[in-house]
Write a protein that binds this ligand. Structure first.
Ligand SMILES: NC(=O)c1ccc[n+]([C@@H]2O[C@H](COP(=O)([O-])OP(=O)(O)OC[C@H]3O[C@@H](n4cnc5c(N)ncnc54)[C@H](OP(=O)(O)O)[C@@H]3O)[C@@H](O)[C@H]2O)c1
Length: 264
């Protein structure tokens, strides 16, 4: 069966590394034209080069998505370049470890800005065109952390809970429009995310998954028009377990994920 991505344009945010780069690699062989967005020009160029080597047409946009007017500017720039985005992979995201009252306030607000405001604004600016064309959609990268409070990563966990709930609601609203919306809910993935978020002891094998496996699962769930997708049985099982215990207990259990040593 032909991929739904063949002959379409896919915009991937946070494409310079990690899961975003894995999405680019996976889609490169599926006949899609890629628009890759991130801040690091060198890394972005390296991802673009491999995607081109695999046969994809690639556009790069070096951009801090949290900059003032950046999202609107990106949408206008793409329109100006005659690029119509069929599929959006809303992937760029950051976290920050710390107790809510202790962690830097402006850094916590940056988490909300990128993980919630940018994700929402970009989707809502692109959705009307998708609905008018009656095709395409949005794959939002949420997290397993969306299923319960995530102590020591509270703003991050809260952001991902928003992304999951918002995506599931959009999925229902968009029924009959020809446009899809899916939330990808990975557990720990082997990327630089943990270092950026200052997680002291990232989970290791067998809990952590390769970015390529996660990206492939996300695309599969999106192609099947699922409202959400888990990249594997462990993530699905963990989400299920979370829902079988009281919410307060689930949040207590999750505390082990990121608690800093000095708070032990
Ligand atoms: N790794 C995990 O365990 C895990 C688990 C569940 C969910 N997730 C989610 O998966 C998504 C991808 O994470 P990852 O693991 O691939 O992390 P990563 O390796 O740290 O990559 C994050 C990407 O976001 C981009 N980015 C960060 N700030 C940006 C900004 N202001 N403007 C534009 N781009 C920005 C980064 O590029 P530049 O630095 O070049 O801008 C990079 O390409 C995130 O939403 C994350 O929350 C990750």
């Amino acid at each position: 069966m032909a991929s739904i991505f063949a002959g379409t344009t896919v915009l991937i945010t946070g494409a310079s590394r990690g899961i975003g780069a894995a999405f680019a690699a996976e889609l490169a062989g599926r006949g899609a034209r890629l628009v890759l967005v991130a801040r690091d020009a060198e890394r972005l160029a390296a991802v673009a080069e491999s995607a081109r080597a695999a046969g994809a047409a690639v556009e790069m946009v070096r951009l801090d998505l949290t900059g003032e007017g950046a999202v609107a500017g990106l949408v206008d720039e793409l329109a100006g370049r005659g690029i119509t985005v069929d599929h959006l992979i809303n992937n760029a995201g950051i976290g920050l470890v710390g107790r809510g009252d202790e962690a830097d306030l402006s850094a916590q607000l940056r988490v909300l800005d990128l993980d919630v405001r940018v994700v929402t604004e970009l989707a809502l600016r692109l959705l009307p065109g998708m609905v008018a064309r009656r095709r395409g959609g949005i794959l939002n990268v949420a997290s397993l952390g969306a299923f319960q409070g995530l102590p020591w990563l509270s703003t991050y966990g809260g952001s991902k809970a928003y992304v999951l709930g918002w995506s599931e609601a959009l999925h229902v609203e968009l029924r009959g429009t020809g446009v899809r919306c899916c939330a990808l809910c990975p557990g720990p993935v082997a990327t630089g995310w943990f270092a950026t978020a200052h997680v002291e002891r990232p989970p290791g094998w067998p809990l952590i998954q390769p970015a390529a496996v996660v990206a492939r699962a996300g695309l599969r769930g999106y192609e099947r028009n699922q409202s959400h997708v888990f990249p594997g049985f462990a993530a699905r099982g963990a989400a299920w377990l979370t829902r079988t215990v009281p919410r307060a207990l689930a949040a207590r259990v999750a505390t082990g994920f990121a608690k800093p040593r000095r708070h032990k």
